[in-house]
Design a protein around this ligand. Structure first.
Ligand code: HEM
Length: 127
């Protein structure tokens, strides 16, 4: 039987592009998050997040072909991620998820994953 991936169910690449684009619009104007990003141009970071999420949800594995094993916690080690960074990251993701207007069950799967993943990226204690 045909297995429909989450990636396909939500509309494929176009949906993930909308998600990360909206998210990075939020990051661009965020005084907590923007300083963390080393590059002037957020475009390449947007593309890395896009390819990671596409791969995670069952789309093409371009991310790992370009970047290798995700090892996301390790890749975030250079950045101080405490409660404020965690909260800001999730707030922009919430806005971006809302704008997709996905069916409730798919939206919940995506959101629950993002909440779990954001928590796992925290690497600095709250003061
Ligand atoms: C990269 C911040 C959570 C996925 C980055 C970068 C920063 C950052 C500053 C470097 C930008 C770049 O050059 O790519 C944060 C903060 C988070 C967070 C403050 C708050 C919790 C997450 C979560 C995910 C994620 C939850 C996955 C669901 C990625 C990916 C990259 C990345 C895939 C690119 C890794 C690479 O291939 O180099 N993040 N991040 N991040 N982040 Fe996050």
């Amino acid at each position: 039987a045909e297995q429909v991936t989450f990636y396909e169910a939500v509309g494929g690449e176009e949906t993930f592009r909308r998600l990360v684009h909206r998210f990075y619009q939020g990051v661009a104007d965020d005084s907590v998050l923007r300083p963390l990003y080393p590059e002037e141009d957020l475009g390449p970071a947007e593309e890395r997040l896009l390819l990671f999420l596409i791969q995670y949800w069952g789309g093409p594995n371009t991310y790992s072909r370009q970047r290798g094993h995700p090892r996301l916690r390790m890749r975030h080690a250079p950045f101080v991620i405490g409660q404020a960074e965690h909260d800001a990251w999730l707030r922009h993701m919430r806005d971006a998820v809302d704008e997709l207007a996905l069916p409730e069950q798919l939206e919940k799967m995506l959101w629950d994953y993002l909440v779990m993943a954001a928590r796992s990226m925290v690497n600095a204690p709250s003061l």
